[in-house]
Design a protein around this ligand. Structure first.
Ligand SMILES: [Zn+2]
Ligand SMILES: [Zn+2]
Length: 130
């Protein structure tokens, strides 16, 4: 079973594009920082149970939810901004704990940025002039 397979059934894995991005991220992180995978590929059932959108990129292995040890989430966010192939970046934090994770995806609309604190969702996607 792939380390990026579905957490409930082991199905699937990360897409080549996502693996490429994960490698780029690893190359940029200090050696004491470890990527901890929360959720990558999701089967349909897992996606529903996880509250994912119907067209979630997790269904194709094009999205990763993760945190990085020994790193503040905003520092990770700025590292991710430097990796051009990432389309969406969402930061999830909680008022009641210091746990956090970041969602990245690599298909569809680029420049999507959001932050969620508990249930509070803030979209700060950059508007682009076409
Ligand atoms: Zn599953
Ligand atoms: Zn996600």
């Amino acid at each position: 079973m792939s380390r990026y397979g579905c957490k409930c059934c082991g199905e699937g894995t990360a897409s080549m594009k996502l693996r490429f991005i994960i490698q780029k991220l690893k190359d940029r992180l200090p050696s004491e920082c470890e990527i901890i995978n929360h959720s990558c590929f999701r089967c349909e059932l897992n996606n529903i149970n996880s509250g994912g959108e119907d067209d979630s990129q997790h269904l194709q292995g094009n999205a990763l939810d993760f945190h990085v040890t020994n790193l503040y989430y905003l520092d990770l966010y700025f590292v991710l901004l430097e990796i051009g192939e990432i389309c969406g970046i969402g930061v999830y934090t909680y008022s009641t704990s210091d746990k956090w994770f970041i969602h990245i995806d690599c298909e569809g609309r680029s420049g999507r940025r959001w932050m969620q604190i508990d249930e509070e969702y803030v979209d700060f996607t950059l508007e682009r002039t076409l």
